[in-house]
Design a protein around this ligand. Structure first.
Ligand SMILES: Cc1cc2nc3c(=O)[nH]c(=O)nc-3n(C[C@H](O)[C@H](O)[C@H](O)COP(=O)(O)OP(=O)(O)OC[C@H]3O[C@@H](n4cnc5c(N)ncnc54)[C@H](O)[C@@H]3O)c2cc1C
Length: 379
């Protein structure tokens, strides 16, 4: 309720102007229509947002940037209006759960998080690395060091970070599309067409306002900006490469659940020419996050990452964990695999690209959450 009031009040305060005003100076911060719907009616076209800092994407990068900005404002006894736009229906809706989290960025951002009611509760208790053949699982020395890390639900983490950001005065708007939606393949507008919110980049350049793109891997706005401003060439970054991660969260039988257990695998069902591997992370509440990551440069055109994942779940060492359990969540998401050498120059006139939008995932560690946060905090 309080949040709804805050959003309505914010929408009234903020300048949301019509497309006709696009070329004009930033709209005055006077009262407009109360709430989003009424503003839409008022504008009858594209909404334009005018804030000191607009952050696109409520993932770890965008929220860490928002929190750090407001902390800096407090320290300098000043204020900047900061908003975070999220296309998911709620914060965390488009973020895949089940993550081994390295807390060092959070230690810097919210040093007292351990004393708070954060969703980071399950320390890594064991860290195994298996080589799979069709029927066997061979234990190898683990190339990862997850001591001091936590098994978390990333969607819970971002929801918690969003409340932290809001406590500091950040306005977080889920369900906001920055791209037009409801366009048919032939380019015509369907009945469901809704214009995306316009980010007033020209205003940012003219008045010093900032846009931070934190859309995650291969964000549509970020890719456009990287192309238009030749940021890859400018940063001497190589092309980016990608993998697809398919993930499910299962509720498994109590006796099979081992909170904090982390297992990574290589080998079967992928062949020796296909780069990838799987993971099994035991969260709390009998939950197991299980997934397969397949690099998207696979040679066999008939390979289906989804079908390989189904095969993987039939491996004797995996199947026995899942038997008697229930799948409660599923999703798929791309991740950057290019590494350090594929990071473009992350700054453009009026803004910056942060987190996985820029490719800050540490590939050998398969960790991008804390690096995304750090890139947002240091921007
Ligand atoms: C299968 C898989 C497993 C992983 N496991 C781990 C792990 O164990 N440990 C680890 O540290 N990292 C892991 N990662 C990587 C980690 O998830 C990412 O590095 C991290 O989430 C990046 O954060 P981000 O804020 O840059 O982007 P994201 O977390 O992707 O967040 C981006 C947000 O922006 C929103 N968005 C995108 N475009 C728009 C737009 N135009 N307008 C409005 N909103 C938009 C999205 O809906 C999303 O909420 C894994 C990734 C995958 C895919």
């Amino acid at each position: 309720m309080q949040r709804a009031i805050r959003i309505a009040a914010a929408a009234t305060r903020r300048a949301l102007s019509s497309s006709a005003a696009r070329a004009s100076p930033p709209p005055p911060r006077g009262p407009l229509a109360p709430g989003w719907g009424a503003t839409r009616w008022l504008c009858s076209g594209r909404e334009a947002l005018s804030y000191d800092v607009v952050i696109v994407g409520a993932g770890p990068a965008g929220l860490a940037a928002a929190i750090r900005l407001k902390q800096l404002c407090r320290a300098a006894d000043t204020d900047l209006s900061v908003c975070v736009l999220e296309k998911g229906s709620e914060v965390g809706a488009h973020v895949l759960s089940g993550n081994v989290f390295e807390p060092r960025a959070l230690d810097e951002l919210i040093p007292k998080w351990r004393q708070e009611d954060s969703p980071i509760r399950v320390p890594v208790s064991s860290d195994k690395f298996w080589l799979l053949t069709k029927n066997q699982a061979w234990t190898l020395p683990s190339p990862f060091d997850n001591k001091g890390n936590y098994v978390i639900s990333l969607s819970q983490l971002v929801r918690w970070m969003a409340t932290k950001a809001e406590e500091l005065g950040v306005e977080v708007y889920p369900g906001v599309a920055t791209n037009d939606v409801g366009i048919a393949k032939d380019g015509t507008k369907r009945e469901t067409f809704q214009p995306g919110v316009e980010l007033r980049a020209s205003d940012f350049e003219n008045t010093g306002r900032i846009t931070l793109l934190a859309e995650g891997c291969r964000g549509s706005l970020s890719e456009k900006i990287i192309r238009n401003h030749k940021l890859r060439e400018r940063g001497q970054g190589q092309h980016q490469t990608y993998a697809l991660g398919i993930k499910e969260v299962w509720e498994i039988e109590e006796g099979k659940h081992n909170p904090g257990s982390v297992i990574h695998t290589v080998g079967w069902p992928l062949d020796t020419k296909t780069y990838g591997g799987s993971f099994l992370y035991h969260l709390d509440d009998r939950q197991l996050a299980i997934g397969l990551v397949v690099a998207l440069n696979y040679r066999n055109p008939f390979l289906s990452p989804y079908d390989e994942f189904q095969k993987f779940k039939q491996h004797p060492a995996v199947r026995k964990l899942l038997e008697g359990g229930t799948a409660i969540q599923y999703g798929a998401r791309t991740l950057n695999e290019g590494g350090f050498q594929s990071i473009p120059y992350p700054i453009f006139p009026g803004g910056a690209i942060i987190g996985c939008s820029a490719g800050f995932l540490n590939v050998p560690k398969i960790k991008g959450t804390h690096t995304a946060m750090k890139s947002g905090m240091n921007v």
